[in-house]
Design a protein around this ligand. Structure first.
Ligand code: AMP
Ligand code: MN
Ligand code: MN
Ligand code: MN
Length: 299
């Protein structure tokens, strides 16, 4: 399969911190010319069945997806899983444990914000959460914008929700090894999400890629809404150096907040192997469209 494919393999629905339903996302992906799609909610695969059903009805090819929160040498790293079996019990248990700490964390965040004079943030954020098991900083950000504390979610993160700010709470997520293992043992491919976003030194980043690969990780996001065009090239080189396949995804959350629209990023650079080449057997092909006919014919 070609690297010139409108695949969008990273986005969020109301099942985590997006504002659209899986069905609305599928329709938006289709309208924007996406051919291969994956919904990748944070730490949660409760939207997978709806996404796959909606995709198929629209003639979109589908890969199962998730974005797992991991703590690696003191920083939060996101690992995207693609093409896994959503019924896998170890994956389901691991994700449920990863989600588990979010309720207490949200109460602690709310207590921190109260000290800064912002009251009722827990209840306020909860109103924005489509899934109460998956309350995230994004929901707090929406509440603070609604309450006119800040003008947009970016400002909320900058002033209140990042390290050293009143609503920030240190949290221990899954280990890198566990997240990669849950995904791969369920038949999927693990992908390092938006690597340019992390504040690692060169040595720490090298350690992340080396350990990720050692645990069985196989991919890295190269073209994502979080990267600049220069970073596409940097991480295409990194993919080649580490023998990883490359992924492409907008990380779309909301029509009002996201600067990158579903399915509108540039194609992967030509010098990388696309992740969908590894996943041909795991794609849920829709009945009609060229990729479907191609794949069904075994090409
Ligand atoms: P959490 O998993 O609760 O820590 O929330 C992380 C989510 O917050 C990310 O997936 C993004 O959707 C969102 N986020 C993180 N940093 C920012 C930022 N600077 N501006 C807007 N949204 C952000
Ligand atoms: Mn998010
Ligand atoms: Mn992420
Ligand atoms: Mn994401």
């Amino acid at each position: 399969m070609t690297s010139i494919l409108n695949a969008d393999l990273h986005c969020h629905s109301v099942v985590s911190d997006g504002t659209l339903t899986p069905e609305a996302l599928a329709a938006r992906a289709k309208a924007n010319g996406v051919v291969l799609w994956a919904l990748t909610d944070h730490d949660e695969i409760g939207g997978q069945q709806r996404a796959a059903t909606a995709a198929k009805a629209l003639g979109l090819h589908y890969l199962t997806g998730v974005e797992i929160s991991v703590t690696f040498i003191g920083q939060t790293v996101h690992i995207v899983g693609l093409g896994f079996d959503p019924e896998n019990p170890a994956l389901q248990l691991g994700l449920s444990q990863t989600r588990g700490g979010r309720g207490q964390r949200a109460r602690d965040m709310s207590a921190g914000l109260a000290k800064a004079g912002i009251h009722g943030a827990y209840e306020g954020a909860l109103k924005f959460a489509g899934n109460h098991d998956l309350i995230s900083r994004t929901h707090f950000a929406r509440f603070l914008v609604e309450s006119c504390v800040c003008k947009d979610t970016n400002e909320v993160f900058r002033k209140y929700l990042t390290e050293g700010k009143p609503g920030f709470v240190e949290h221990r997520w899954a280990s890198l090894k566990d997240a990669v293992t849950w995904i791969t043992q369920a038949g999927g491919v693990a992908v390092i999400a938006h690597p340019a976003r992390y504040k690692f030194t060169a040595n720490q980043e090298f350690a992340l890629f080396t350990e990720f690969k050692g645990h069985g990780g196989q991919g890295v996001e190269v073209v994502t809404g979080s990267h600049t065009p220069a970073e596409y090239l940097t991480y295409a080189d990194t993919a080649r150096e580490f023998g990883l396949v490359a992924s492409r995804g907008s990380d779309f959350h909301s029509p009002d907040e996201s600067h990158t629209e579903l399915g509108t990023l540039p194609h992967l650079p030509g010098n990388v192997t696309p992740v969908w080449e590894l996943l041909a057997q795991r794609i849920q092909y829709a009945a009609v469209t060229s990729l479907g006919a191609d794949a069904a014919a075994g090409h």
